[in-house]
Ligand binder design. Structure first.
Ligand SMILES: Cc1ncc(COP(=O)(O)O)c(C=O)c1O
Ligand SMILES: C[C@@H](O)[C@H](N)C(=O)O
Length: 372
């Protein structure tokens, strides 16, 4: 009997479906570095059309996809990119745009809804008069949905407004659209319209869409031609990559239609968590597939709660020193949610009655902490 595991750590944990595995096995492949893998070529063309852009490039990860985008847009020494202080590119990508690309980050405060105030964006744009002293602004990055802001959606009006600012100042606009399909579904806006103002978009196929690996980077043909070279520079050129693109094609075909149900399940989970008096959950702010909640009782730390839940095979991750994040995906069922809620209630009781002991790892740290 296989033990039931409810994995709410992230939507990155989705495992390939049988249809994806079958497509991988049957994929028509060739060396994509020496020419063009036929499956990759058709998948890239399909995704470019879906996103309303000229061209697309399959990339091994969202981190590499964002890095390539920033480096293509900021291909002159002394470049600066305006991005959110709580953005994935700034917080979770090892500072790659600087350490690898030599691009200077100019952070602007992220609002709780994932936006950056447009007047703060404008104020962050370097004056050309200061060229002797300052870096040169070349790019603005947005993130939609915004992972660290609870999976919030950036509206099409806001995105268009930032696009106008970029264009008006001779800048490019990149969207980290790891979960752009979640935003499109939640807002009821076609994905190509949602990203119309962007010069480039990175889309994760390996999150809620359920593909085992990869992201797709879209933009103009000239942009993608440069991106392809940079992907090779970074070691991301792949040989018979059609095996992965075949799974990604199935993911887009089969799973986009399930994202609305992920959002519904997130609200069900949030409503259940609200009933636990030691937690504060703003369920009205659950827009997509993420639920963040604060723990108001100091006896219950996020690490301790996650460790006690893990003993019951409910996997999740701390989001900060006093909050926890649950992420829903299509491989979580409604009964999984009810089971998880029961386990959370029991875990709280166990901790408050002294049952839950925090096991520190050898180096004194605790597990899975995505600290800010
Ligand atoms: C908003 C966002 N952007 C980019 C990434 C990076 O994707 P990957 O894990 O494939 O590098 C992630 C998560 O992984 C993410 O949540
Ligand atoms: C943590 C972060 O890198 C990952 N994208 C996630 O949301 O799980």
């Amino acid at each position: 009997m296989v033990a039931r595991v409810v994995d709410l750590r992230s939507d990155t944990v989705t495992k390939p479906s049988d249809a994806m595995r079958a497509a991988m096995a049957a994929a028509d492949v060739d060396d994509d570095v020496l020419g063009a893998d036929p499956t990759a070529q058709s998948f890239e063309a399909e995704m470019a059309a879906t996103m309303g852009k000229e061209a697309a490039l399959f990339v091994p990860s969202g981190t590499m996809s964002n890095l390539i985008a920033v480096l293509v847009h900021c291909d002159v020494r002394g470049s600066e990119v305006i991005l959110g202080d709580n953005s994935h590119i700034h917080v979770y990508e090892n500072g790659g745009i600087s350490t690898v690309g030599g691009v200077h980050p100019k952070t602007v405060r992220n609002n709780p809804d994932g936006t950056m105030d447009v007047d703060e964006i404008v104020a962050a744009i370097r004056s050309k008069d200061g060229a002797l002293l300052y870096p040169t602004t070349r790019l603005i990055c947005l993130e939609n949905t915004h992972a660290n802001c609870g999976g919030k959606c950036l509206t099409v009006d806001y995105t268009d407004k930032v696009g106008e600012i970029a264009k008006g100042h001779g800048l490019q606009l990149h969207i980290d659209g790891a979960r752009i399909f979640n935003a499109s579904v939640a807002l009821g806006v076609p994905v190509d319209r949602l990203v119309k103002a962007a010069d480039s978009v990175s889309v994760c196929l390996s999150k809620g869409l359920g593909a085992p690996v990869g992201s797709i980077l879209v933009g103009s043909k000239a942009f993608i031609d440069k991106a392809k070279i940079l992907r090779k520079t970074l070691g991301g050129g792949m040989r018979q990559v059609g095996v992965l693109c075949a799974a990604a094609y199935v993911a887009v075909r089969d799973t986009v239609g399930k994202l609305a149900d992920d959002h519904r399940k997130a609200k069900v989970l949030a409503e259940g968590l609200k009933k636990i008096k030691q937690f504060t959950v703003d369920s009205s702010s659950v827009e997509t597939n993420m639920v963040f909640f604060d723990i108001m009782d100091s006896r219950i730390t996020p690490d301790k709660l996650c460790q006690v839940l893990e003993k019951r095979n409910v996997l999740t991750m701390p989001a900060s020193s006093k909050s926890v994040r649950f992420v829903l995906h299509y491989q979580i069922s409604d009964s999984d949610i009810q089971y998880a809620l029961t386990c959370v209630e029991k875990a709280v009781e166990e901790i408050l009655t002294g049952g839950g002991k925090l096991e520190h790892l050898a180096n004194g740290t605790t597990k899975n902490y995505y600290g800010h």
